[in-house]
Design a binder for this molecule. Structure first.
Ligand code: SF4
Ligand code: SF4
Length: 112
């Protein structure tokens, strides 16, 4: 199976504020995101620590952006991460993916 280009990227994990509904943390029944890796954003939402700053980088991101990365909580990552699709994976571009990659000097995908 072809390796996902995300494994040599990680730009979106080091560019956006990664926020999601509070009930996705493991502090509640059926929540999975490790609460110790999160902080409260507001009354309803939490965010991955490290992503709500001037130089964001998710606390769960291991490795070097643009070379080799790994999400340390991949199976328990928030819905926003699960729903973020790399450009052209399904034949559709994702400008946010392109934008995050550009910040790190990585070319946008036209296909992969
Ligand atoms: S920016 Fe795009 S290619 Fe890079 S890790 Fe995120 S989804 Fe994957
Ligand atoms: S939880 Fe994982 S996929 Fe989501 S931003 Fe952090 S490192 Fe990236």
């Amino acid at each position: 199976m072809k390796q996902s280009p995300c494994k040599t990227c990680g730009a979106c994990c080091a560019f956006f504020c990664v926020s999601f509904p509070d009930n996705e943390t493991n502090a509640v029944l059926k929540g999975v995101v490790p609460i110790e890796m999160t902080s409260r954003l507001n009354e309803f939402k939490s965010y991955m620590k490290g992503t709500n700053s001037h130089n964001p980088r998710c606390i769960a991101l291991d490795g070097q952006v643009g070379f080799k990365v790994k999400c340390m909580i991949y199976k328990n990552r928030p819905s926003i991460c699960r729903d973020f699709i790399l450009s052209w994976k399904n034949g559709v571009g994702n400008l946010l993916c392109d934008r995050a990659r550009a910040v790190f000097g990585l070319q946008p995908f036209t296909q992969y």
